[in-house]
Design a binder for this molecule. Structure first.
Ligand code: NAD
Ligand code: UDP
Ligand code: UDP
Length: 323
């Protein structure tokens, strides 16, 4: 990649994934050079196909559990499968990606003196006993369950980020991202928003796990990316952890009803057993992000679902769509 004087060279790991592809797009639009590093485990080239011809965009197929030597000014570390189905498929690799991946990217950041962003998760709070979850809460996580490869991997990555900060004075930004949805989610990765929309559009039964009383808050991707960029722009003293998400709460049953209504679907609801350790309630306290970043999510669930439904309608009909 030709590095132009004055432009920032930014690396995004997991850049071919759902969130990563939106982030790469915004960084390119803002005039940066972007190096997208991804092993295409859950991401796809389709997500970044529209960026590939761009002179300031470069894709590198690489697994972050192996060392990487490149010269960059800043790093966004998003590489990690994110849906329960994909992170539980090869749980040992999930922990390696979070932990070895973090060590390698932190080592790289230390060598080139780059600020590094970590995509942490609300899963560090586990099945929380405190509502809503603020950054002070240490969480309620099962260390040996099916979700542990992801939850504990991300918790260990946070530990590494803060130790590199204390030991090596590294510039770090740790964001705890709550459930985020939007165009370019994989249609078959098992997450609730993509599952329900695809089921509704194809007339298949809507699979509600448990009774559907469990709650989540859903953030539209554009709002989240805005929060991430604003966080990265704060001065070095702001390390996080910082919750990023939409505090409005819905039960899974409410989400199903809304998607059925918006798609005019006649799919029936079927109730299946709740996966082990599935958190019963989750809601971010985003007051810290609101005051630090002057940021708050502005997309309603209806508006965000409309564009996500539109995306899936196009991709299921084989037309594909970029948004
Ligand atoms: P995603 O699965 O679409 O993206 C993850 C990307 O990482 C994929 O492109 C995948 O191929 C890549 N990847 C996985 N293992 C890798 C490895 N070893 N080396 C290189 N690349 C690798 O998921 P997403 O929703 O875009 O999530 C992105 C990040 O945000 C993840 O770290 C996830 O934990 C975090 N996050 C997402 C959410 C959400 O609701 N979307 C919530 C909390 C945290
Ligand atoms: N590393 C990397 N790219 C770099 C610098 C380091 O992938 O540009 C890896 C390196 O392989 C090491 C890890 O990052 O395993 C941690 O590096 P650090 O310098 O912090 O620790 P050390 O090499 O002393 O173990
Ligand atoms: N869920 C559901 N039906 C599905 C997929 C998920 O009822 O087809 C539920 C799941 O049990 C959880 C919630 O929806 O309570 C959110 O699941 P998701 O996998 O999207 O994310 P999580 O927040 O659990 O990581």
């Amino acid at each position: 990649m030709q590095h132009r004087l004055g432009s920032k060279k930014i690396m995004v790991t997991g850049g071919a994934g759902f969130l990563g592809s939106h982030l790469c797009e915004r960084l390119i639009d803002n005039g940066n050079d972007v190096l997208c590093v991804d092993n295409l485990y859950t991401g796809t080239k389709d997500n970044i196909r529209h960026l590939l011809p761009h002179a300031r965009f470069e894709f590198m197929r690489h697994d972050v559990t192996f060392p990487l030597y490149v010269e960059v000014d800043s790093i966004y570390n998003l590489a990690c499968p994110a849906s329960p189905m994909s992170y539980q498929f090869d749980p040992v690799q999930t922990t390696k990606t979070s932990v070895h991946g973090a060590i390698n990217m932190l080592g790289l950041a230390k060598r080139v003196k780059a600020t590094i962003f970590q995509a942490s998760t609300s899963e560090v709070y586990g099945d929380p006993e405190v509502h809503p979850q603020s950054e002070e809460y240490w969480g309620n996580v099962n260390p040996i369950g099916y979700r542990s490869c992801y939850d504990e991997g991300k918790r260990c990555a946070e530990t590494l980020f803060f130790d590199y900060r204390r030991q090596h004075k590294l510039g770090i930004k740790v964001a705890r991202i709550f459930n985020t949805y939007g165009p370019r989610m994989q249609h078959d990765d098992g997450r609730v928003v993509s599952n329900f929309i695809v089921q509704a559009l194809t007339g298949k039964p809507i699979t509600i796990f448990g009774g559907g009383e469990q709650t989540r808050s859903f953030c539209y991707v554009d709002d989240l990316i805005e929060g991430i960029l604003k966080f990265m722009a704060t001065d070095d003293s702001h390390t996080g952890p910082l919750n990023l998400g939409n505090p409005q709460v819905f039960s899974i049953r409410q989400l199903a009803d809304l998607i059925l209504e918006m798609t005019n679907s006649r799919s029936e609801l079927v109730f299946e057993s709740l996966p082990p350790d599935d958190p019963k309630r989750r809601q971010p306290d985003i007051s810290r992000a609101q005051s630090l970043l002057e940021w708050t999510p502005t997309t309603t669930l209806q508006d965000g679902l409309r564009s996500t439904i539109n995306y899936f309608e196009n991709s299921l009909s084989g037309r594909g769509t970029r948004s």
